[in-house]
Design a protein around this ligand. Structure first.
Ligand code: SF4
Length: 204
């Protein structure tokens, strides 16, 4: 659970020395509580306090990196749900969805749009970041993943299926471009966890 500024202040050495670039320990504690300063900026805080404060202020969802190189997309690591509360650490991801049973013209069109799509929003260039591939029969996830990586090498990949074997084959086809896997249910959760522990997988 997040700590308040006063709770953090109690764990600080209270030297008011300003070495953290903030004039007082109270002001520093308030900034740490608001996520605007890192506890490491105080050279005098104990390791025990660092661990306690660091754990309490860690994002509820860890940062995950999907894909690799030019295709890498970073998500998670956020401590607020709405932008007006603070700020988002990572850019919102845009994705196109391709089902494995779509015809070739539709798939080629979506791959082209994934490559070409971009627009400027309040000074920030947004582009398509991800291609989600949904297992619906027809082509295998693995074959579709290879096709997408070849046609859209700057896109990270999401593989969607409740079939763990299909996901595993798809993840292996992605190689270093580790995909996000989607589709865990109450029935397949244990198999998903086993798959998530394998090195071919980024996250589930
Ligand atoms: S460096 Fe540490 S002790 Fe000094 S003012 Fe900042 S929080 Fe307080």
């Amino acid at each position: 659970m997040a700590l308040t500024g006063i709770q953090i202040l109690k764990m600080l050495p209270k030297k008011n020395c300003g070495e953290c670039d903030i004039p007082t320990c109270l002001a520093f504690a308030m900034k740490v509580a608001a996520g605007q300063a890192e506890i490491e900026a105080c050279p005098y805080v104990s390791d025990e306090a660092k661990a306690t404060i660091g754990e309490a202020s860690a994002p509820p969802i860890r940062t995950i990196k999907i894909g690799a190189g030019d295709a890498q997309f970073t998500a998670g690591g956020e401590t607020c749900q709405f932008r007006h509360e603070k700020r988002f650490e990572n850019q919102t991801g845009l994705a196109v969805l391709i089902a494995t049973d779509e015809d070739a013209a539709s798939i080629d069109g979506k791959i082209k749009r994934a490559n070409d799509f971009e627009y400027e929003r309040v000074g920030v260039m947004m582009r398509n970041n991800l291609v989600a591939i949904k297992d619906k029969g027809g082509a295998s996830l693995a074959d579709m993943a290879k096709k997408v990586m070849e046609g859209a090498p700057k896109q990270a990949i999401i593989l969607m299926s409740d079939n763990v074997e299909s996901l595993k084959a798809g993840a292996e086809a992605c190689g270093d471009n580790k995909p996000l896997l989607y589709g865990a249910t109450g029935e397949n959760a244990e198999a998903f966890v086993d798959l998530a522990r394998q090195p071919v997988v980024q996250s589930v």
